[in-house]
Design a protein around this ligand. Structure first.
Ligand SMILES: Cc1cc2nc3c(=O)[nH]c(=O)nc-3n(C[C@H](O)[C@H](O)[C@H](O)COP(=O)(O)O)c2cc1C
Length: 354
C-alpha cells in the first residue's frame, strides 16, 4: 500500500502535528449553559488523532453570541471547563486551537437583553436566527462606535489570553462565514467612512487588529486565521473577492502568521479559485478546506497545493478519521439531523474501527 502524504507529520518551529488530517471547526450546540461539558470533553478526546483540532466557534464575549448553546471563553467557569477538554485532548496526544468568534449582526436582540446586535454598518440582511424562542427574522444591526471597536479588539485579546489559561495550543480568528471580521472586510457589509471603512486597507483593519491582538498573546506561530471568500450566506458580498482576500493574505504573510485556514467552495464553472495565488503568497502552514475527501486531499498535498486539509463532516462522523484513511476503511456517514444540539446521539456515539 502506498504511504499517504496526508499521514506524514508536519513540523513548525512552534508546533508538531502528527499528520495533515486536521479537524475543521464545527459548532455542535451542546453547551446549554455556554460552558463546555463532560460530553464535549469526550467528543474532542475521541478526535485527538487529528493533526490539529480547530474547536467549534467559541464566543469572545456575551456580545459575540448569535446562537443557542454555543460555548464561550470569557468567564472563569468557561476557562476552567475548557481546560478539562484540552487536558483530555493532550492526554490522547492531540493538538487543539480555540476558534475565537464574534457573530456581529448575525444575531438577535433576544440574545442581548433587547439591544440591537452590532455591526460595522447598520445594514440589514434577509435571514433567520435560532433564538431561545425559536426562529426569528434578523433585525437591522447598530453600527459600532470607534470606542466599541477598540473594546471588541480588546475582547479578542482577552479571549486569546483566556484560551492560553484554558490550555489550548493556539487560537484561530474566525474571519469567515459572514461574522464580524468578515462583515468589516467585505464591501457589501461595510459602509463606514472612518478608518475601518472605505479603502481595502481600512476594511481589513478590524480583522488584522484582531489577529495582532491574538499574536500579542501567542506569538504569530500559534495563531491561525480562517478566511472564506465568496461566502454568500448571512447576506455577505464583496465586489472583488480575489483582490480583497489576497490583500489580507499578504498582510498575514508580513506578520509571519503560523497558519492560514483558507476555505473555498469546490471548483465550479467560470469561477477561478483563489487558493493557488494564496499558496504563492503565503509561506507558512496553509490549510485548505471544503468538500475534500481522502483522494482529493492527498492530491492537493502531494501536488504542493496545500500543507494540510481540514475535514468537517467526515471528522464529525469518523472520530478515527486518520486511521480510516490509513487502512482505506469504510467511513461512517454524517447524520445531519444530529449536527446541532442534543446529546450523545450523533456526537460521541459514532463507532470507531474495532
Ligand atoms: C455541523 C457544522 C458546524 C460548523 N460550524 C463551524 C464553526 O463553528 N466555525 C467554522 O469556521 N466553520 C464551521 N463549519 C464549517 C466547517 O468548518 C467546514 O468549513 C465545512 O463543513 C466544509 O468542510 P467539509 O466539506 O470537510 O465538511 C461547520 C460545519 C458543520 C457541518
Amino acid at each position: 500500500m502506498k504511504s499517504l502524504e496526508l499521514l506524514t507529520p508536519l513540523e513548525t518551529p512552534e508546533l508538531s502535528f502528527a499528520n495533515r488530517v486536521f479537524m475543521a471547526p464545527m459548532t455542535r450546540s451542546r453547551a446549554p449553559e455556554r460552558v463546555p461539558t463532560a460530553l464535549m470533553k469526550d467528543y474532542y478526546a475521541q478526535r485527538a488523532s487529528a493533526g490539529l483540532i480547530f474547536s467549534e466557534a467559541t464566543q469572545i464575549s456575551a456580545e459575540g453570541v448569535g446562537y443557542i448553546s454555543t460555548p464561550g471563553i470569557h468567564t472563569e467557569e468557561q476557562v476552567r471547563e475548557w481546560r478539562r477538554v484540552t487536558d483530555a485532548v493532550h492526554q490522547h496526544g492531540g493538538v487543539i486551537f480555540c476558534q475565537l468568534w464574534h457573530v456581529g449582526r448575525a444575531s438577535h436582540p433576544d440574545f442581548h437583553g433587547g439591544k440591537l446586535p452590532v455591526a460595522p454598518s447598520a445594514i440589514p440582511f434577509e435571514g433567520q436566527v435560532f433564538t431561545p424562542e425559536g426562529m426569528k427574522s434578523t433585525v437591522t444591526p447598530r453600527a459600532m462606535s470607534l470606542e466599541e471597536i477598540a473594546r471588541t479588539i480588546e475582547d479578542f485579546r482577552k479571549a486569546a489570553e483566556a484560551a492560553k489559561i484554558a490550555g489550548f495550543d493556539g487560537v484561530e480568528i474566525h474571519g469567515a462565514s459572514g461574522y464580524l471580521p468578515a462583515q468589516f472586510l467585505e464591501d457589501g457589509t461595510n459602509q463606514r467612512t472612518d478608518i475601518y471603512g472605505g479603502s481595502l486597507e481600512n476594511r481589513a483593519r478590524f480583522l488584522l487588529e484582531a489577529t495582532d491582538a491574538a499574536i500579542s498573546v501567542w506569538g504569530a506561530g500559534r495563531v491561525s486565521v480562517r478566511l472564506w471568500p465568496r461566502f454568500t450566506y448571512n447576506g455577505m458580498s464583496d465586489s472583488d473577492p480575489e483582490k480583497t482576500y489576497l490583500y489580507v493574505v499578504e498582510q498575514l504573510e508580513k506578520r509571519r502568521l503560523g497558519i492560514l485556514h483558507f476555505v473555498e467552495f469546490p471548483p465550479s464553472d467560470g469561477v477561478k479559485p483563489i487558493s493557488p495565488a494564496v499558496r504563492q503568497a503565503f509561506s507558512r502552514v496553509l490549510v485548505l478546506n471544503c468538500g475534500y475527501d481522502k483522494e482529493s486531499a492527498e492530491a492537493a498535498i502531494s501536488e504542493g497545493r496545500t500543507d494540510a486539509v481540514s475535514f468537517g463532516s467526515l471528522f464529525l462522523a469518523n472520530p478515527d478519521l486518520p486511521k480510516r484513511f490509513e487502512l482505506d476503511a469504510d467511513l461512517n456517514a454524517p447524520d445531519q439531523a444530529t449536527f446541532y444540539g442534543g446529546k450523545e446521539k450523533g456526537y460521541t456515539d459514532y463507532p470507531r474501527l474495532t
